[in-house]
Design a protein. Structure first.
Length: 344
C-alpha cells in the first residue's frame, strides 16, 4: 500500500472517530463502561468495581501506538521479535512511571501522567536498544527513537479522548478567558456533565463552558502523528523524530496555559519544565543521528504484525492495559440485582 494512501485512510477514520467522540464523551453516561460485582452488602446489594471508558480509550490508544511503532520499526527490515523486545522493555518502565511521577509531582496516589511516562521512556530507549542489540538483533537507535516519537504522538492524540470521558486534563472556564479566546470557542467548547467527573469534584466546573483543550490536543497530536508517520515512511527518519518530538513537547508547554486542572505547585509546572528539557534532548540527540540509507517499506511492517503469535500477544497486552487503566480507583458502585417476575 502507498504510504500516502495509508496515512490518508487512517486520518479519515480518526476524523470520524473524533467527530462522534467530541459530541458524546463529555456526557455523564460515558464515564463508566461497566460495573463488576465483588462482594455482597448487608442490605442484599453488591459492592462493585467500576470499569471506565477512560481505561478502554487509553488502553486502545496505547495499543494503536504500539502497533504503529511496531510497523514503523519493522518497515526498516528489523525482525518483529526485536521490535517487540525493545517496545516491551520501554513499556515496562513507562507504564508504572506514569503513576509514580504523578504521585511525586501532584501528590495524588491514583493519578496518571503521560508526560512523565514519556520523559522516562525517552531516557530508557537507548538502554533498551542496547540491550536488544546485546541479545543479537541488529536494530538502529534512530529508527527506534523516531518510530516511538511518531507512535507516541499519534497515541497521545487518541488517548486524550479518555480524558474527555473522565473529565480530567480540562480547560479553563471561558468566562475567565480573553475576549478573543471567548469568541474563538463561543460555539466550540465543552460542557461536562456528571458529579463523578474530575472537572466536577476537583474544580466545581460541572455544567460550565470550558476551553476544549482535550479536543484541541487530540487534533494537534493526531495531525502531527500522521504527518510525521508519512515523513518517516518517505525515508526522512531523523526529521520525523525531530518534528514529532519538538511539536509534542512544545504543545505541552503552551497547552498548560489553557488548562485549569492541578498539575503541581508553581506558576510554571514541572511538566512544562520536563517538556522544555525534552525539546533540548530531542535536538541534541538528533545531532548524533543519520537517517538509514534504505527507505522504509510499509509492506514489511504489515507483514510483520500479520502473524497469529503477534496478534494474540498484543491482544493480551491490550487486556492488561485495560485492567490497569480501566479499574476506577476514585469511584465505587452499589449494585441492586432483582428478578423480572413478568418474564419468568
Amino acid at each position: 500500500m502507498s504510504p500516502v494512501l495509508f496515512v490518508t485512510a487512517l486520518g479519515g477514520c480518526l476524523a470520524l472517530l473524533l467527530m462522534v467522540a467530541f459530541r458524546v464523551l463529555p456526557n455523564e453516561q460515558w464515564q463508566i463502561l461497566a460495573v463488576v460485582p465483588l462482594s455482597k452488602t448487608s442490605k442484599g446489594s453488591w459492592n462493585g468495581v467500576n470499569l471506565t471508558y477512560y481505561g478502554l480509550l487509553v488502553a486502545t490508544a496505547e495499543m494503536l501506538s504500539v502497533l504503529a511503532i511496531t510497523v514503523l520499526i519493522t518497515s526498516t527490515g528489523v525482525p518483529v521479535h526485536a521490535a517487540i523486545a525493545v517496545i516491551g522493555i520501554v513499556m515496562q518502565v513507562c507504564i508504572p512511571s506514569s503513576r509514580w511521577i504523578a504521585r511525586i509531582i501532584e501528590r495524588r496516589r491514583y493519578n496518571f501522567t503521560a508526560a512523565g511516562a514519556v520523559a522516562v521512556g525517552m531516557i530508557a530507549i537507548p538502554f533498551a536498544t542496547a540491550l536488544v542489540r546485546w541479545m543479537g538483533y541488529s536494530i538502529s537507535g534512530v529508527v527506534v527513537f523516531a518510530a516511538t516519537a511518531v507512535g507516541y504522538t499519534l497515541g497521545e492524540g487518541i488517548g486524550r479522548l479518555g480524558c474527555i470521558s473522565f473529565g480530567c486534563c480540562y480547560g479553563k472556564p471561558l468566562s475567565g478567558m480573553s475576549p478573543r479566546i471567548q469568541h474563538l470557542f463561543s460555539r466550540l467548547h465543552f460542557v461536562f456533565d456528571g458529579a463523578t467527573k474530575k472537572i466536577a469534584y476537583e474544580s466545581g466546573l460541572n455544567g460550565v463552558p470550558v476551553v476544549p483543550i482535550q479536543a484541541i490536543t487530540c487534533c494537534a497530536h493526531i495531525l502531527v502523528g500522521l504527518v510525521t508517520m508519512l515523513i518517516f515512511l518517505k525515508g526522512f527518519v531523523v526529521a520525523a523524530f525531530v518534528v514529532a518530538g519538538v511539536a509534542t513537547y512544545g504543545w505541552r508547554i503552551y497547552s498548560e496555559t489553557l488548562r485549569a486542572d492541578y498539575r503541581g505547585e508553581g506558576r510554571i509546572s514541572k511538566y512544562q519544565i520536563m517538556s522544555a528539557a525534552g525539546i533540548v534532548y530531542v535536538i541534541v540527540a538528533a545531532g548524533f543521528f543519520k537517517s538509514p540509507a534504505n527507505s522504509p517499506d510499509l509492506s514489511l511492517g504489515f507483514t510483520a504484525i500479520w502473524n497469529p503469535s503477534v496478534i494474540i500477544f498484543y491482544q493480551l497486552v491490550w487486556m492488561a492495559l485495560f485492567i490497569y487503566h480501566g479499574r476506577s480507583m476514585v469511584t465505587s458502585s452499589e449494585i441492586s440485582i432483582h428478578l423480572e417476575r413478568s418474564r419468568v
